[in-house]
Design a protein around this ligand. Sequence first.
Ligand code: FAD
Ligand code: DLZ
Ligand code: SF4
Length: 512
Amino acid sequence: MTRTLRLVLGDQLTRSLSALEGLDPSIDIVLMVEVQAEATYVRHHKQKIAFLLSAMRHFADELQAEGISVDYVRLDDPGNTHSFTGEIRRAIARHQPDQVHVTEPGEWRVWEMMQSWREELDCPLTIHPDTRFIASRAEFSLWAQGRKQYRMEYFYREMRRKTGFLMEGDQPVGGQWNFDPDNRKALPKGQTLPQRLRFETDAITRDVLALVEARFADHFGDLKPFGWAVTRAGALEALDHFIRDCLPDFGDFQDAMKTGESFLYHSVISPYLNAGLLEAREVCERAEAAYRAGSAPLNAVEGFIRQVIGWREFVRGLYWHEMPDYAETNHLDATRPLPWFYWSGETSMNCLSECIAVTRRHAYAHHIQRLMVTGNFALLAGVSPREIEEWYLAVYADAYDWVELPNVHGMVMHADGGLLGSKPYAASGVYINRMSDYCRGCAYDPTIKLGPKACPFNYLYWNFLIENETKLGRNPRMGMPYRTLGNMPPAQRKDISEQAEAFLSALPNAPD
Ligand code: FAD
Ligand code: DLZ
Ligand code: SF4
């Protein structure tokens, strides 16, 4: 009889995980380890650490209730080496298994660790593919072969064909693959928003909250209110709530932002999907069923499914296909240190202050806040990709390198030179003013282009175009703004550059 040790990582909390396949509860052991290194390789938001540790403990209890032996190492267990490698080594010494089974991880850093285990461990190791995704790593690489640039839209169509979501034969339902142009409405005044489902804490979560408060008090973010589900049952409830109460309006207001409203009509399920409490296929099946039942319109359902089987699968495929070189590129030669207000939230730019406050309070911000506010500013200010990537990886409950890196490095910072997206999403204050109410409470005016009251996004936007003219000026998708820049009097260009330079050089750095 072969005795196996099965490692389950904190973002692999899925009963059908490939590393658990064929598990024999009478002889096999599941290993789960809480280790300090995973909470500190970037200093994660307190809620992210608490969410994962509580979800891990609940998952271990569920496996044990099935009669499976779980060797669970807690953060405060004596002898904990606080690294995956140290803990797997100790577990092999404890259990003397014939084989170790793991599922490929979500981060290159851990993938490299696993490769070293083949040599270093006194036990044969099998690394199984992560089958929770719709496209395997090999499938993406096959699709990517021979392409100089990858475009989500074409990959997404492949995924629609593969899954059959919103398909009628080989044609998309409604005669269109993509309804994005219908999904850009600002929130009308007086719009009543759905009451969002938040979860009560149980004894396990309360223990973890105390542990996190004691060990990680100096990490970014509020620990409470902690409203996350920490079990699959809870995550399914959160999904039900989204499908019933939010999905019908998800499409229309997908890009809208509003002061004091953190979630709007977004699903708020990314931490559950990424930790394994929900699966991509099931959330899309539920969304499509709502469309077929007539309870949600096509633009909303297509928009949601596109995020999940389009963007999410696409960035994951790109990550594994391009790493490790991907993380090293810096196409726009951006080197500015991350302004300190990303951590402190102290800035007179109200849009940034609001989005950072939401992030601090919930370890969450929705896509447009991440892309068009905190991301847009980092792009326009020429922040070093590595520094802004580290911020995004630390502050969001859903952040893992496979999904954070392509979104920040590629989509936001254009540091990959256009591999992921055909142009940077650079925008002036006009965009933020159109899609939000942030400017009403701001010290600056989005309609003013220069001078002390001018919205910094305005002159930073034109300054960004000026500074990157050689690299972006011939990009056909940037034709319009570069034509406007071409017609700009030299004196105006000079004023823009000077005000941008004065503003950027006064940005606060980390205190000593
Ligand atoms: P919804 O708006 O309800 O969308 C539904 C689901 O689609 C999400 O739960 C998510 O799983 C998926 N999705 C949507 N957009 C993307 C995308 N661009 N890439 C991958 N999946 C997507 N998402 C993460 O899961 N982890 C990250 O670390 C992360 N970092 C980001 C950093 C930046 C700068 C940007 C612009 C986006 C980032 N995203 C990340 C994508 C997206 O912002 C979040 O997935 C989304 O905001 C999560 O909230 P939600 O569950 O309410 O999403
Ligand atoms: C994010 C995280 C944290 C904070 N803590 C743990 C942990 O103690 N044990 C664990 O197995 N996983 C943790 N994780 C998630 C890992 O960082 C994640 O599994 C890897 O980054 C691979 O994606
Ligand atoms: Fe942001 Fe500019 Fe609007 Fe202020 S005026 S909230 S800085 S976009």
